[in-house]
Design a protein. Structure first.
Length: 178
């Protein structure tokens, strides 16, 4: 199995390749704590990211379907958008619109707003074409020690703290030595 911080060519990565900080998140698009982390990380990347030498975010799916019935399908929808080059746009929409996503058809509404090929998107989601991709992330997460969402690794080290902006900022500053 790959190391936690080993990033494959097909992973979802945002931020500079030479960033001083790499933050890997195992997340669930229906988890309210993940939505809070998304907002915090967006602010931190824009705010302190540059002064810390850059932040590179890697997102891996870890849907907790027993708690969030739509989580696995939402992860597959994000992967379907990714097949059309719009993973991060769907990722952001799923977290930012989380309180409006209750049914599978809500995922299609988000996809339509991203100007995707809707026939292809619907086929990918309805036929569960990306289920194995999501399950691969879940398996890797379990191997890496993820047991809840969000689970973070900063520069390969497990971060057990909270997902609020102050806690994440302190952890990133500590990891950057600042």
């Amino acid at each position: 199995m790959k190391r936690v911080d080993e990033i494959g060519p097909d992973e979802h990565v945002r931020g500079p390749e030479n960033a001083a900080l790499t933050l890997i998140e195992y997340g669930d698009f229906q988890c309210p704590y993940c939505a809070r982390a998304h907002a915090a990380l967006s602010d931190l990347a824009d705010g302190i990211g540059e002064q810390l030498g850059g932040i590179r975010l890697v997102y891996r799916n870890f849907p907790l379907s027993d708690l969030h019935p739509l989580a696995e399908l939402a992860a597959e929808a994000a992967e379907a958008a990714g097949q059309q080059g719009k993973f991060w746009e769907m990722h952001d929409s799923l977290f930012e619109q989380q309180r409006q996503v209750f049914e599978p058809q809500d995922l299609a509404v988000l996809a339509e707003s991203l100007d995707l090929d809707m026939e292809r998107f619907r086929d990918d989601v309805q036929e569960r074409r990306l289920r194995q991709r999501v399950h691969g992330d879940i398996e890797r997460g379990r191997h890496d020690g993820a047991d809840r969402t969000p689970t973070f690794f900063i520069n390969g080290q497990h971060y057990p703290g909270d997902s609020d902006i102050d806690s994440l900022e302190a952890a990133l500053r500590e990891a950057a030595g600042r």
